[in-house]
Design a protein around this ligand. Structure first.
Ligand code: NDP
Length: 296
């Protein structure tokens, strides 16, 4: 079997075009321009690249992009003061603090300072609680993108056996919650899981969010399963730098029914979902109905 390649780039392009359409209508009908503020502390090159990409795509979608680049030695009090200022700014509908933060800053306190209505990353405990109780929440962008890819490929997910490898607050746990809300039977695996291979082999849906290059080989995958590879790992192969997922793509593609590539799978959906969440936040803040096709 050769797996169907789930084209995240193409799906993300469709989503961004829906976002741009909604932005144009918000401007025309309501005189509103959704605004996203991104806060970057320090000079981590990978974070700088993500922030540049987010900014470019925000502007391309017709939204306002505001960037706050702060020095590494920024104090907790100064960062919290900036967040309070953004919370109060009516032209800003979404606030994203790029993680990881320098070690002297407390990420939990920073995230909890963001107005939950502007928390387009969906990391605030209010949004975590809303998602956990099946209510309207800001859904974290990466798992939201994964769910859109899964729905696009499989349609109804009810009753399917889903295994998520990784239990981070950013990917693994919210992914599990979303799949539970879709009525999947969900298993979350992690570094202390016993016999990971056997657990992975029972998955109709396998989501890998580990951060270890090509850790999951093809023979851990059930024939015909749908594999979502969240991992983004920088490796050197044949003297060349390249990106690799958490799944060994070449062996997995021979047995899975469908698989996301790295790059070009989950990554592009993450930024597209950030834009979608910002439009949703803008609509909610003006008591407008949530736009079709941007949220769950
Ligand atoms: P974390 O490091 O926060 O979490 C990794 C998880 O993997 C942990 O739960 C850990 O278990 C588990 N784990 C580590 N080693 C093993 C192992 N040998 N067997 C089973 N489980 C293991 O990572 P993130 O969730 O933030 O990110 C995961 C990957 O996804 C990374 O490659 C990251 O770059 C990528 N990513 C991609 C995004 C995208 O847009 N495509 C967005 C966000 C992340 P334990 O809890 O026991 O330590």
């Amino acid at each position: 079997m050769t797996a169907h390649i789930i084209d995240g780039q193409a799906l993300a392009m469709q989503l961004r075009s829906r976002v741009a359409g909604h932005v144009a209508r918000l401007k025309e009908k309501h005189g509103l321009t959704p605004g996203l503020a991104v806060v970057l502390v320090g000079d981590d090159p990978a974070s700088e690249l993500y922030v540049r990409n987010k900014r470019r795509q925000t502007i391309e979608a017709g939204m306002t992009s505001v960037e706050h680049k702060l020095p590494t030695e920024t104090s907790q009090a100064d960062l919290l003061a900036l967040i309070e200022q953004l919370n109060c700014n009516p032209e800003i509908h979404g606030i994203l603090v790029q993680l990881p933060l320098p070690k002297h800053l407390n990420a939990n306190l920073v995230i909890d300072a963001i107005d939950p209505a502007k928390d387009v990353d969906g990391f605030h405990i209010s949004n975590v609680g809303l998602l956990g109780t099946g209510q309207d929440a800001m859904v974290p962008c990466t798992p939201l993108g994964c769910l859109m890819l899964l729905r696009g490929h499989l349609g109804d997910l009810a009753g399917l056996e889903a295994v998520i490898v990784g239990r981070s607050n950013i990917v693994g746990k919210p992914m599990a919650q979303l799949l539970l809300n879709e009525s999947c039977t969900v298993t979350i695996a992690h570094s202390r899981t016993r016999d990971l291979a056997t657990i992975c082999r029972r998955a109709d849906i396998l989501v890998a969010a580990v951060g270890r290059p090509e850790m999951i080989p093809g023979d851990w995958i059930k024939a015909g399963a749908t594999v979502i590879d969240v991992g983004i790992n920088r490796i050197v192969r044949g003297g060349k730098r390249q990106l690799a997922g958490d799944v060994d793509f070449s062996s997995a593609a021979g047995i899975a029914g469908a698989i996301t590539p790295v790059p070009g799978g989950v990554g592009p959906m993450t930024i597209a979902c950030l834009l979608a969440n910002t439009v949703t936040a803008c609509c909610r803040s003006h008591a407008l109905p949530p736009p079709d096709g941007l949220t769950l």
